[in-house]
Design a binder for this molecule. Structure first.
Ligand SMILES: Nc1nc2c(ncn2[C@@H]2O[C@H](COP(=O)(O)OP(=O)(O)OP(=O)(O)O)[C@@H](O)[C@H]2O)c(=O)[nH]1
Ligand SMILES: [Mg+2]
Length: 326
């Protein structure tokens, strides 16, 4: 059973680099931020498109970024997720590209993401395929586990949901609040897109060795897994109810079969076990039935969102026609 079916093909829409805000969260990245910005300018990004959202760095990060002519804002709250929440108010382009400020994600990969988004996707993740050796081994393992769990819970087929470079439709980004904290922001946004429209994909990109000191710790990986389950409950409960159903039904059937076999072969009656087995089986089957209803509701939500997106695009077109006439 497909837990996250999207019956609608993506709608194409021409997007150029000029339609994109580049958002760079930074925390003490003085060694890298200058290089990151210079590289962005070299591919044709204009300084006014770039927003550096800083987490109160104690080094020269903000000073260096300001000297390059980009917008620099101080984040509210703490952590990377709060930084993205803060920057939402400043975004003025229809698409938002988020990338780290540590020079790991090459700017020359951005056009690939923009081109893919033109084919109607609401999120395009830059999957770190080349240069994987530059991701620390423990992070690689953590990313792999998180991506697998994400794929099971949200019915996607992603390779690198934790990538720090992704392009998102700004409207969808604003649609539901980001509730996760810190480094869970990537899975939070991906969960939102996967469940609201299902139009999420990846393009392979290269990844370089980090300049400067890393901020991600092992404990953050555990927080991300916890957030994943919470997000699945919020956005795609069908998957969790389905897993619960399967987990309860299997031991239920095993216990019932054993009780029945003992009764038929030896005439032994095991009332307590029989009740327990029946309870587990019935609860499990009920959960499975509920998950099927939840899948249909999800499909209905997709259709509704698709229709809303069409109305939104029509209104935008009408507005721009009216503006050009007046
Ligand atoms: N605004 C803001 N940015 C942060 C914060 N923590 C980290 N960042 C930035 O977010 C980006 C990602 O952080 P990294 O330390 O590179 O973490 P990562 O990319 O997940 O992991 P590695 O690069 O492999 O260590 C970097 O540009 C950091 O400077 C924060 O609390 N606030
Ligand atoms: Mg990084």
């Amino acid at each position: 059973m497909a837990l996250n079916p999207n019956p609608w093909p993506p709608r194409t829409r021409r997007i150029s680099l000029g339609d994109v805000n580049i958002v760079i969260p930074t925390l003490n990245e003085e060694k890298a931020i200058g290089l990151v910005l210079e590289e962005l300018f070299s591919i044709g990004v204009k300084p006014e498109q770039v927003i550096v959202v800083d987490g109160h760095s104690t080094d020269r990060t903000r000073e260096i970024a300001s000297s390059k002519g980009v917008r620099v804002i101080l984040q509210e709250g703490k952590g990377k997720a709060d930084a993205i929440k803060t920057v939402l108010r400043y975004i003025d382009k229809p698409y938002t590209l988020v990338m780290d400020g540590d020079y790991t994600y090459p700017a020359y990969e951005i056009p690939k993401l923009v081109e893919k988004a033109s084919r109607g996707f609401d999120e395009v993740i830059g999957a770190r395929v080349n240069g994987r050796e530059n991701i620390p081994l423990l992070n690689r393992l953590g990313n792999w586990i998180i991506t697998k769990v994400f794929n099971i819970l949200f019915g996607t087929n992603l390779r690198d949901v934790c990538s720090g470079m992704y392009l998102v439709n700004t409207r969808i980004l604003r649609e539901a609040p980001i509730e996760s904290r810190g480094f869970s922001v990537e899975v939070d946004i991906a969960a939102k897109v996967a469940s609201l429209t299902g139009r999420i994909t990846e393009v392979p990109i290269s990844y370089r060795k980090r300049i400067g000191e890393k901020k991600l710790r092992i404990i953050h990986g555990l927080y991300i897994v916890k957030d994943l389950v919470r997000l699945a409950w919020r956005y795609n409960p069908a998957s969790l109810i389905f897993i619960l159903g399967a987990v309860l039904t299997i031991p239920g059937i095993v216990i019932d079969s054993w009780v029945l076999l003992e009764l038929l072969l030896y005439g032994i009656k095991r009332h307590v076990w029989a009740t327990l087995g029946t309870l587990l089986t019935l609860t499990g089957l009920l959960s499975l039935a509920l998950s099927i209803i939840a899948v249909y509701l999800k499909r209905f939500e997709y259709r509704l969102n698709q229709k809303l997106a069409i109305i939104h695009d029509m209104l935008e077109e009408l507005e721009s026609r009216l503006r050009s006439k007046s």
